[in-house]
Design a binder for this molecule. Structure first.
Ligand SMILES: *Cc1c(COP(=O)(O)O)cnc(C)c1O
Length: 432
């Protein structure tokens, strides 16, 4: 498979080049030159296939020629070595739980796949690669865990001091080895601005081999298709599901749409957003306007200008009309999100995290006017990662899950730094 830049001003590249570069030189997102179609009979037979078999078949066309089958099988097996249960909440709505991985969030899937691909591609290369990310909480943990111990890769994570939850902070600061947590005296926006500066600083990038690990990177984006297949495997109704995805940068839902274009039956997509409503506005008006991000309780979705939206447009031939037929979008406020956590716990004893709550409410809303449909939403993080709001709304004290208990015994290691780019630059040159 080859990949081209959606800005059309850069050469076509291979999967490994797209993975190593992250973004194209013309600042465009890489996109596959063709969308592979599922083999005939694949969907009819899907219930007889293992997660590993599905993962291998779906990913193979995207990496073909660059990762030998046996290595890809291994990478896929390590990527998806936890459960993806579809849990019924009521007659119409099920929850696809994506929080059973090592850092309790769906980003584990993309981070694990990408880290192993990067490890494979740099196996004979003595030049060290530095993965640089800013996190508001969730991305950083998944990236840290995914890359832990990968030879030849240093990971540097900037996070806003005092603004991530205790479990999130443990996941960033207690791994050690090749994972470095920079605790920034500032906001998430400060962290992101410092990282953006670093990527465009030629003096720095001459000295340090920097790459990013967000959903712009094809190796993080593409494997996110897999759990849409695992959901379909567990789907018990004749009619295809309505699928609702809590969306920020729109990488996750875009992977689902890609799976659909390849042949996976999905009746309708719903993008569930918080108050950051660039996409819902676009669907309503036909005019796309990026906005400044506003802070919400579902903070992993506080994105004003979703990067992956251009990929979604490409999948619908850049047609507003085609998009409207398949995608519905809602913007859900914080008070409704909190109330949803409270009511779903009260009525069904099901505990939502704020991101899942945004999605639950959007799906519920849609199904009220589509009574014959049934749907599932993606529960993207474990509620314990957002204890303040969840404990307040449910009156339940959340216990630290088994997957992260081992971190309690490790010491915190973070490097305190002001929100000052020159300090970051000096540190990177000295340490990477
Ligand atoms: C990152 C994240 C999202 C948003 O996913 P996108 O691919 O950016 O749309 C939703 N929920 C949680 C918990 C996340 O960490």
């Amino acid at each position: 498979m080859q990949y081209y830049s959606l800005n059309n001003q850069s050469p076509v590249v291979s999967f490994s080049q797209a993975t190593i570069q992250g973004q194209a030189p013309d600042k465009g997102l890489y996109f596959p030159t063709s969308i592979p179609q599922l083999p005939v009979g694949f969907i009819d037979n899907i219930k007889n296939l293992s997660k590993e078999e599905i993962g291998f078949s779906v990913m193979k066309p995207y990496v073909s020629g660059e990762i030998p089958d046996s290595v890809l099988q291994q990478i896929v097996a390590e990527t998806i070595n936890f459960d993806f249960p579809l849990v019924k909440i009521d007659d119409q709505i099920s929850s696809l739980e994506l929080f059973h991985g090592p850092t309790l969030a769906f980003k584990d899937v993309g981070a694990r796949f990408m880290s192993r691909c990067l490890g494979y591609f740099s196996r004979n290369n003595n030049a060290k690669v530095t993965v640089l990310v800013a996190t508001s909480g969730d991305t950083g943990g998944a990236v840290a865990n995914g890359f832990l111990g990968v030879v030849g890769v240093e990971v540097v994570i900037l996070y806003p001091s005092g603004k991530v939850s205790p479990v999130q902070e443990m996941q960033l600061t207690r791994l050690g080895k090749n994972i470095h947590a920079l605790e920034i005296n500032g906001t998430f926006d400060d962290c992101q601005a410092m990282v953006k500066n670093a990527f465009v600083d030629e003096e720095l990038t001459r000295k340090v081999n920097l790459t990013s690990a967000n959903s712009i990177n094809v190796a993080r984006w593409l494997p996110q298709q897999l759990y849409y297949f695992y959901a379909y495997q567990q789907w018990q109704f004749q009619d295809a599901p309505v699928v609702c995805v809590p969306s920020g940068n729109f990488g996750n839902i875009c992977a689902g749409i890609l799976a659909y274009v390849s042949g996976l039956p999905i009746k309708q997509f719903i993008a569930a957003c918080n108050s950051n409503d660039a996409v819902p506005s676009y669907l309503r008006t036909g005019v796309y306007q990026s906005k400044d991000a506003v802070a919400t309780i579902s903070n992993a979705m506080d994105v004003g200008n979703p990067s992956n939206f251009v990929r979604i447009m490409q999948l619908f031939s850049n047609s507003h009309l085609e998009l409207l037929e398949k995608l519905t979008a809602y913007s859900i406020s914080d008070p409704i999100t909190s109330l949803t956590i409270r009511e779903v716990y009260r009525d069904f004893k099901y505990m939502l995290d704020p991101h899942g709550a945004v999605a639950y409410y959007a799906l519920h809303n849609y199904l009220q006017t589509h009574e014959n449909s049934k749907g599932l939403f993606l529960e993207t993080a474990h509620p314990v990662k957002f204890p303040d709001v969840v404990e307040r709304e449910t009156n339940v004290k959340l216990a630290i899950p088994e997957q992260v208990q081992y971190l309690l015994k490790q010491p915190k290691q973070s490097i305190l730094m002001d929100a000052n780019y020159e300090q970051l630059k000096e540190w990177l040159i000295a340490n990477c």
